[in-house]
Write a protein that binds this ligand. Structure first.
Ligand SMILES: Cc1cc2nc3c(=O)[nH]c(=O)nc-3n(C[C@H](O)[C@H](O)[C@H](O)COP(=O)(O)OP(=O)(O)OC[C@H]3O[C@@H](n4cnc5c(N)ncnc54)[C@H](O)[C@@H]3O)c2cc1C
Ligand SMILES: NC(=O)c1ccc[n+]([C@@H]2O[C@H](COP(=O)([O-])OP(=O)(O)OC[C@H]3O[C@@H](n4cnc5c(N)ncnc54)[C@H](O)[C@@H]3O)[C@@H](O)[C@H]2O)c1
Length: 462
């Protein structure tokens, strides 16, 4: 048995910085990882997808270059090169994580962690070798994996997930995608731009179900304008091999249809990595889906054991996992009293154009009975967007009816995530819509149009 002051399970976006900081503070810290250092974000999530999405944008720009008066006569997509470029970036980031942990002298165990008691953990290495570790403080950062829905026949066809598809070196000719949210739309548009014919099948009545209907409608229109086929309100009832292809029977709008493609990507959400942890040997409780229950300071139902990142449920983003580690660290080492309550949750869907989001939606404001007004500006009224030839999308902000405080925003447009961050900062600092309407921005930035966005509160844009 090896004794530590702290054990971190999972090399995720919260676990790595927390392990390093605890070691720096003199706590002897172990970190256990069963796959790759760096977790989902670096190895299967943000880094590889955003690296490949950048290539798809170049392909799209070259393919449509005549809109900018530039003619390119021959172009082809070199997917093996794109995948190799992505792998190099991933390796570099993974190597950086490894170096960082080593330089801070965190003891890394490669293997799968499971609890044998409340504060004892067994690590099973890749060759079956076992180590027992114990510590008074344990931090679970084991993340999530692709959720595979139970649809008749799905297990009999060779489906792809967001992890496996990224290593395909041939562009799928016809790509069927189950799901119509972040992963489905980012990867769907990416493969469409790289040369696939993409069909999205979403059970919900709209894409990106959490967003307002006008936001979802604009995203659907934008993707359809790139020839993606989108079926919403569609229930997949059966999946089967059809010669060399895969077919899916769907019911939608009271009718039936069969969709066929060469490949199938399942992007229907994530499931928490808690099964292997053997939590039954502890007093840690999970919810019905397996997510670990925590209080607003991220402590589980077992004192001294915390959960951070996706495995605790709630918004699943890298920056939230990172912020979780700050909450835990500050409370433990700086005697702070910070929590997840009222934390800002910004996010950006990296379609092109992007969807940048912060604060509440119109749907939520109505549910909560908050008096609000809506500022809305189409991207084809934004000078910078007209100049760069990227006029799809719109800016929308919810403003408090009486105080003019900004309650939330959705920016669909070029650099939508960056523009959203300007509003996020305003929300944090209590800067009102009136102040932004009159603020001096550099011309001609996209953000400059925040002046015009808030002018629409007095006079809607024509
Ligand atoms: C395709 C895709 C794209 C994404 N894009 C974005 C994006 O653009 N922006 C964004 O903010 N978020 C994005 N996300 C979400 C983001 O990746 C996660 O929210 C983020 O990685 C946080 O993860 P985490 O810290 O909870 O743990 P993770 O990064 O998931 O790490 C958990 C680690 O724990 C290990 N582990 C699990 N069980 C055990 C065990 N029993 N023993 C030892 N080790 C174990 C796993 O192998 C893994 O390495 C994306 C996700 C996906 C799948
Ligand atoms: N840019 C980003 O920040 C980014 C990018 C990718 C992923 N992520 C994170 O990863 C997580 C997972 O993303 P995701 O898109 O897989 O999941 P999600 O949970 O956001 O969406 C899953 C979608 O699949 C649909 N669905 C469920 N079962 C279905 C079925 N049988 N057939 C068809 N559709 C079905 C749901 O209605 C839902 O719209 C998200 O929570 C997100 O936070 C973030």
């Amino acid at each position: 048995m090896q004794n530590f002051d702290a054990i971190v399970i999972g090399s995720g976006q919260g676990g790595n910085p927390l392990a390093k900081k605890m070691e720096e503070k003199g706590w002897k810290t172990a970190l256990i990882e069963q796959r790759f250092l760096g977790g989902t974000c670096i190895n299967d999530g943000c880094t590889p997808t955003k690296a490949m999405i950048a290539c798809a944008k170049v392909a799209h720009t070259v393919f449509h270059s005549k809109h900018w008066g530039v003619h390119s006569h021959s172009m082809f997509v070199d997917l093996p090169f794109i995948v190799a470029r992505k792998n190099n970036i991933v390796s570099e980031f993974r190597g950086g994580t490894q170096k960082g942990l080593a330089s801070d002298k965190v003891t890394v165990f490669m293997g799968t962690a499971s609890f044998t008691g409340n504060k004892t953990i067994k690590v099973t290495g890749f060759k079956g070798e076992e180590e027992i570790l114990t510590a008074p403080h344990i931090f679970i950062n084991t993340g999530t994996s692709p959720h595979i829905p139970s649809i008749p026949g799905l297990e009999e066809v060779p489906y792809l997930t967001s992890t496996t598809i990224l290593d395909e070196i041939t562009v799928p000719k016809e790509l069927l995608i189950l799901g119509g949210s972040y992963i489905a739309l980012e990867l769907g548009q990416m493969y469409q731009r790289l040369g696939s014919h993409v069909t999205v099948i979403e059970t919900g009545s709209q894409l990106v179900s959490k967003e307002d209907t006008d936001v979802a409608a604009v995203i659907k229109k934008m993707l359809e304008s790139e020839d993606m086929q989108i079926h919403t309100g569609a229930q997949a009832t059966r999946v089967y091999r059809n010669g060399k292809k895969i077919s899916i029977d769907i019911t939608a709008g009271g009718g039936k249809d069969t969709l066929t493609g060469t490949h199938l990507l399942v992007a229907t959400g994530r499931t928490p990595n808690t099964a292997a942890l053997d939590l039954k040997n502890t007093r840690i409780l999970t919810d019905e889906k397996g997510y670990i229950q925590v209080n607003d300071q991220l402590e589980t139902t077992e004192p001294g054991i915390y959960a951070l990142g996706d495995v605790k449920g709630g918004p699943q983003f890298t920056h939230i996992s990172y912020n979780d580690h700050l909450i835990i660290y500050k409370n433990l080492f700086e005697k702070a009293n910070v929590s997840t309550r009222n934390r800002q949750v910004p996010y950006c869907m990296f379609t092109d154009p992007q969807l940048g989001r912060i604060g509440i939606t119109e749907k939520e404001a109505l549910q909560e009975g908050i008096p609000f007004k809506v500022a809305c500006l189409s991207m084809d009224k934004v000078a910078r967007a007209i100049e760069t030839g990227q006029t799809r999308g719109f800016m929308k902000a919810l403003v408090h009816e009486h105080t003019n405080a900004i309650l939330g925003a959705a920016i669909i447009g070029p650099e939508g995530g960056e523009i959203m961050s300007v509003l996020q900062m305003a929300m944090l600092g209590g800067i009102t819509a009136t102040q932004i309407r009159e603020m001096v921005f550099a011309h001609p930035l996209y953000a400059e149009s925040l002046n015009n966005l808030f002018m629409t509160l007095e006079k809607p844009a024509s």
